[in-house]
Design a protein around this ligand. Structure first.
Ligand code: GDP
Ligand code: MN
Length: 349
């Protein structure tokens, strides 16, 4: 790699590498963060990273969603850091409460049992509403209706590399509907019946299965069982129209009726991932190997020095999770026959 390449110089001078980009190329896209008022300072960390590495050039909007009203301190501090328009949405109660068909006593017993069994967030009621909301409702919020693509941002994340191109436009121009930076297996105790329920839905609606889907990534036995592999949904850049599709809406409805968001602890990550893997042709899913990313406890750090230095990344490749044993991204590369990053074999443990 060349350290003093023209591209790297450009980045230091804050000149977009793609000089042809202008406001009129901006697409209908937004950042979206679900957060509580007390998440403010952790979220500011994330916003600072995104603005410094990407959005100071593009000024995309930012939508904040909360089941409680945002306070003035939250609005003032976030709107001060965001370079695009900021919008603050209250989640309607119907989207953050128990549907009529849920037996709340059974749900409480399930929480107690999972708490005793030390399942992560097993005893939490709010976490379950959060996972259900991210699965079935954020994309239906009024504030999201004008957008086509979104980037989900959580508190306390880090972005390690410059993103000097319009990543939303890139998604659109390249026909990508879902993207990720980290993938790994889900804790089985949180989803005992998710796969059986999914299979019932598919049996009743076989047409939802995409040709050339990514079943291979989520199942090692042609669909008999789920291997737990999922895209880590605290980072997502995706097409909202995918969630708005009949296939996904009906899938969510089917899962919601089955009750596993409350009687078990179904996460939005496996739900999104199973849907993307089954209902999308595999070439519409993308792994961003060039977006250095951290959400506790995992890091995506490009192990190829040409990428790492070319994009001014400041992460430690020894911390990269992508090529380790517990990562599912290795499987993603294998089933898709993708060429692995240079040096990957030096970062497997
Ligand atoms: P983890 O990443 O799985 O450990 O879960 P987080 O605690 O980061 O929660 C996931 C996302 O949902 C983050 O953006 C949180 O700010 C948000 N979140 C979690 N619980 C709540 C809640 O009760 N209310 C609101 N408004 N946001 C929440
Ligand atoms: Mn988080």
């Amino acid at each position: 790699f060349e350290k003093g390449s023209a591209e790297a110089e450009n980045q230091k001078l804050d000149v977009p590498a793609n000089l042809e980009w202008s406001e009129k190329d901006k697409i209908k896209a937004t950042f979206v963060s679900l957060a509580r008022n007390q998440d403010l300072y952790q979220l500011l960390e994330s916003i600072r990273h995104i603005e410094d590495r990407f959005n100071h050039k593009f000024h995309y909007d930012w939508v904040f969603l909360n089941d409680q009203p945002f306070d003035d301190a939250f609005k003032e501090a976030t709107s001060n850091l965001c370079s695009g328009k900021t919008k603050y949405g209250l989640i309607p109660t119907e989207h953050w409460s128990y549907p009529a068909w849920i037996d709340q006593e059974k749900a409480a017993l399930a929480r107690e049992r999972m708490h005793q069994a030390k399942v992560i967030y097993g005893g939490s009621e709010s976490y379950r509403h959060m996972c259900r909301y991210e699965s079935g409702f954020f994309w239906r919020h009024d504030l999201m209706s004008e957008y086509e693509y979104y980037w989900r941002v959580e508190p306390d994340i880090k972005i390690y590399c410059d993103i000097d191109y319009d990543i939303f436009k890139w998604m659109k121009d390249n026909g990508k509907d879902y993207s990720f930076t980290v993938s790994l297996p889900e804790y089985k105790e949180t989803i005992p019946t998710l796969w059986e329920t999914t299979k019932k839905y598919i049996e009743a609606n076989p047409k939802v299965l995409a040709e050339n889907n990514l079943l291979e990534f989520i199942s090692n036995d042609e669909g008999k069982t789920y291997n737990g592999c999922h895209f880590w949904s605290n980072f997502e850049i995706a097409n909202l129209n995918f969630w708005r599709s009949d296939a996904y809406r009906e899938y969510f409805e089917f899962l919601d009726r089955a009750g596993g968001f409350f009687y078990e602890r179904w996460g939005d990550a496996p739900v999104h991932s199973i849907a993307a893997a089954l209902f999308l042709p595999r070439d519409r899913i993308h792994f961003f190997e060039d977006v250095g990313y951290f959400h506790v406890p995992f890091t995506n750090c490009p192990v190829d020095p040409a990428i790492r230095f070319g994009r001014n990344c400041n992460c430690n490749p020894d911390k990269d999770f992508t090529w380790r044993g517990w990562s599912c991204t290795t499987k993603y590369y294998t089933v898709n026959n993708l060429k692995r990053q240079k040096n990957w074999e030096k970062y497997t443990s």
